[in-house]
Design a protein around this ligand. Structure first.
Ligand code: DC
Length: 229
């Protein structure tokens, strides 16, 4: 029964450290994990590649979109058919398109079922913008990560440089602000903490501290979860 499968959600804006935290927890617990943002990015990649118009008819084309997540050398890799697009989907063009299509209800609905199919034994840890509010409202623990804008900009800048992109800090600054605005203010599934989320402000924490505090919450919740099953 899917009801018996524990889910932990990590939501928050870009550059807040969701991916690193989610991946670390999934390795500790040996749970499945899902980067829902990558689904939006892969979809954006497909739309740009095929120059598709953003209307409802797009859904009939998206059924040809095939992708896979694989862990290779402890790193998450994304394959579009057999092509490794792990770095490509982080370009600013794809980031902006991902945020743009995330406002479309038919795209969100199409992805919703795919996201929910990741809920498998022994558990799921997932991250995004609406994982705790819309996709997994039943989650055992909902974490909302917050970090000051300046720190997020810095983290994003370093991440993109490490992925081989040449980045103009002013442009990145503007784009991150725009994406934040779009993700928070869209009508459907905006970025916001679930009512029962715990808020972790990681501005002055390193990743080890963020992982430690998150794991404390998870172990507490798991005890309760296992007792009521
Ligand atoms: O987490 P990310 O930066 O890779 O996500 C890219 C975009 O996808 C983000 O700007 C908004 C959208 N997104 C969303 O709307 N809902 C999610 N659950 C995850 C991502």
């Amino acid at each position: 029964m899917k009801k018996n499968i524990p889910v932990v959600t990590v939501d928050g804006p870009s550059g807040v450290g969701k991916s690193t935290l989610t991946y670390a927890i999934s390795r500790k617990l040996k749970w499945n994990f899902l980067e829902s943002g990558y689904m939006y990015r892969i979809t954006a990649f497909f739309i740009i590649k095929h120059n598709l118009s953003l209307n409802k008819k797009i859904i009939s084309k998206l059924k040809y979109l095939e992708f896979n997540f694989k862990i290779i050398n402890k790193k998450l890799k994304i394959f579009f058919y057999d092509i490794d697009i792990s770095n490509k989907i982080h370009s600013q063009e794809i980031s902006m398109m991902a945020s743009k299509i995330a406002r479309l209800p038919y795209i969100r609905e199409w992805l919703l079922y795919k996201q929910r199919s990741y809920k498998k034994h022994p558990g799921l840890i997932t991250n995004g913008r609406d994982m705790g509010t819309i996709v997994f409202p039943e989650a055992m623990l909902k974490i909302f990560l917050k970090t000051k804008f300046k720190e997020r900009l810095k983290r994003r800048f370093i991440d993109l440089q490490n992925r081989g992109f040449k980045i103009n800090l002013n442009i990145l600054h503007k784009e991150l602000k725009k994406r934040d605005y779009q993700d928070k203010n869209r009508i459907i599934c905006p970025l916001k903490p679930a009512k029962d989320a715990i808020i972790i402000n990681s501005t002055n924490m390193n990743i080890e501290q963020t992982i430690k505090i998150s794991m404390q919450y998870i172990y507490q919740k798991l005890k309760i979860f296992n007792n009521i099953l």
